[in-house]
Design a protein around this ligand. Structure first.
Ligand code: NAD
Length: 301
């Protein structure tokens, strides 16, 4: 039997813990506070910033939106980032991507103080993650959310063949690192990979993060495999909905578990960003990261 795995219950469970952690920090006079720097008027970015603001403010996390002109120069942007690094109020700092083409994204991400880098995209957090250092590392929210989904379904990665499709710094590369750290055998595929199917057909676990709508169909997937769909693309049939990289209905005929879009990885990204803000606030105040409870969902697969 195939499970189309909606993650809302796990999202809610994590956010209830975020709320408690935020209250407990507030009782100690510590206010978690996320700042998002947005440059220019990208419409999708404005929607994402609004969603982050709503998520933070409904869980007792303060939120600041620093909206900068499209023509800001690189040195001016770095100066803004440094001001936020030095602000004792701000405990989490994000640069909303994409940046306008004249700005150097890596240099900006590198300018964020490691302790406040709640997207986990700066080189120090990325390096710590890929070295398997866990205690102080802030992981990017989507890979962390994927690992939490796998823990929720009690999926033992040890010795499994995993295929990660996509190798971005945001999703593919850090997810592949985390799957490898859990002792899966990981193959990373990308847009230049020849014969994608020959790799995915061998895989016990397929994670897809390409932004190519319905790239993965029934023929790509081995019977009983677990399929995690990260992709988000506009649905050509309905302006306000989105579709993923996986043809969910077709893949559900062979996979044991497939995450839907929307309702799969997306909610876990939101929840994990908020757990990162709490963890960053704790680390900055000489506490360990919180111990986030992930219950086990009893599924037969
Ligand atoms: P990206 O454009 O940086 O990277 C895409 C990757 O896919 C590249 O490594 C590329 O080589 C690979 N790729 C492209 N076409 C391919 C093909 N035909 N076959 C195999 N590989 C191919 O994108 P990203 O930032 O990693 O995001 C990927 C997707 O995930 C996007 O749709 C994005 O919107 C979505 N996303 C979703 C969430 C979420 O919370 N659900 C979070 C982040 C990103």
């Amino acid at each position: 039997m195939t499970h189309i795995l909606r993650t809302r219950p796990l999202h809610d469970h994590l956010l209830a813990q975020v709320q408690k952690e935020a209250e407990s920090l507030a009782a100690q006079g510590l206010q978690p506070h996320m700042a998002v720097v947005q440059v220019g008027e990208n419409k999708a970015s404005s929607v994402y910033v609004r969603k982050k603001k709503e998520a933070c403010e409904s869980h007792d996390i303060a939120f600041s939106h620093i909206h900068l002109r499209n023509d800001i120069s690189q040195p001016q942007l770095i100066e803004e980032i440094q001001k936020l690094n030095n602000s004792p109020q701000i405990t989490g700092l994000i640069i909303q991507l994409p940046l306008p083409a004249h700005l150097n994204r890596e240099e900006c991400l590198d300018a964020i103080a490691t302790a406040k880098d709640v997207d986990g995209l700066g080189p120090t957090n990325a390096g710590r993650a890929s070295m398997g250092m866990t205690s102080k590392t802030i992981y990017p929210a989507t890979p962390l959310g994927i690992m939490r989904i796998l823990k929720w379904i009690d999926y033992d990665l040890k010795g499994k063949n995993a295929v990660m499709i996509g190798r971005s710094n945001l999703v593919g590369r850090p997810t592949a690192d985390l799957l490898g750290a859990a002792e899966a055998t990981v193959m990373v595929c990308h847009k230049e990979t020849k014969g994608l199917k020959q790799f995915t057909q061998q895989a016990d676990l397929v994670v897809v993060a390409t932004g190519v709508p319905h790239l993965i169909g029934k023929d790509h997937i081995k019977k009983g495999a677990v399929v995690i769909d990260v992709g988000i693309s506009p649905n050509p049939q309905g302006e306000k909905t989105v579709i993923g990289d996986v043809d969910t209905a077709a893949v559900a005929q062979v996979a044991s578990i497939v995450t839907p879009v929307p309702g799969g990885v997306g909610p876990m990204t939101v929840a994990s960003l908020l757990t990162n803000v709490i963890d960053a606030t704790r680390l900055q105040n000489n506490m360990e990261k919180a111990s986030w409870d992930i219950p086990h969902l009893m599924l037969d697969f």
